[in-house]
Design a protein around this ligand. Structure first.
Ligand code: ADP
Ligand code: MG
Length: 263
């Protein structure tokens, strides 16, 4: 199943913040959307899921497996989010309910698309926690989000996104809030899961070094427009647009920054 976005525009009060964006995520492909903060990456992802904020209007076309998603009824979009498309965001804290154990939250995500008994729910949550390589899954499912580290919380968010066995995973800056070591672990995990289970990936980032680790092709956004679309190897070796060249300089600077100097 493929995602095809054509001439997507998003405006607030007539102010266009996404302007004629086109790209595709073919079945099994790993595609990146990259750009500076405010370039329209998150809104593009939210439009795919039918989760645009109040006041936003969208035009163009977003097709999933040939079906038009723009203008689709909320009920059908909700079903699609449960069955076909999973999402993880930058800040797992906002995706998690602070007053419920992570095991219950994972089980609820499973239950959105599968009938499981209350008894089986806990076992299933443990299995899903193990799948995202959380340590000591038997015990961690009974903890609350604040008792976990940032990296562990992001693993929980990933477990919830993957509980329904989506065919496409959208990851919006999933590691941006984490420190570099944890970031590398989460990227590794995400890539392993996507590959092992044959999912497609739409990965959003402002960091070309991160993009290079997970995606094969990148679309570069600037002020809501795609200014360059190329294999990641080309973006790294021969970036055509000034914005991509700037992103490459930023990425290289990160690589060379001595240990201990903050980002
Ligand atoms: P990115 O994810 O690339 O950092 P976003 O897609 O979140 O950027 O936002 C793109 C632009 O859209 C922002 O620069 C902002 O001006 C505008 N925008 C985002 N959300 C809203 C909103 N709820 N109301 C008005 N403008 C918004
Ligand atoms: Mg964003």
């Amino acid at each position: 199943m493929s995602l095809v976005v054509e001439q997507l525009s998003i405006a607030f009060d007539g102010r266009r913040v996404v302007d004629g964006v086109s790209f595709a995520v073919p079945d099994g492909a790993r595609i990146g959307l990259i750009g500076e903060s405010g370039s329209g990456k998150s809104l593009t992802a939210l439009a795919v899921l039918g989760l645009l904020p109040e006041g936003a209007t969208a035009s163009g076309s977003i097709r999933w497996d040939g079906t038009e998603l723009l203008g689709m009824r909320d009920r059908d979009l909700a079903r699609l989010r449960g069955d076909d498309i999973g999402i993880v965001f930058q800040e797992p804290r906002t995706a998690l309910n602070p007053i419920r154990t992570v095991g219950r939250q994972i089980a609820e995500s499973v239950r959105i698309h599968e009938r499981i008994s209350r008894r089986d729910a806990r076992d299933r949550a443990v299995a899903e926690a193990a799948r995202v390589r959380l340590p000591d899954p038997e015990r961690i499912v009974d903890r609350y989000p604040h008792q976990l580290s940032g990296g562990q919380r992001q693993r929980v968010a990933l477990a919830m996104a993957l509980a329904c066995r989506p065919k496409l995973l959208i990851a919006d800056e999933p590691t941006t809030a984490l420190d570099v070591t944890v970031q590398a672990e989460i990227l590794r995990l995400l890539l392993d899961l996507v590959r092992d289970e044959g999912m497609s990936l739409l990965f959003i980032t402002h960091d070309l070094a991160v993009l290079a680790q997970v995606a094969t092709t990148g679309a570069v956004l600037e002020h809501g427009r795609v200014v360059e679309q190329a294999p990641v190897s080309t973006l790294l070796s021969a970036p055509a647009s000034p914005i991509t060249q700037g992103l490459l300089r930023d990425a290289t600077a990160t690589l060379w920054r001595p240990e201990g100097e903050g980002r």
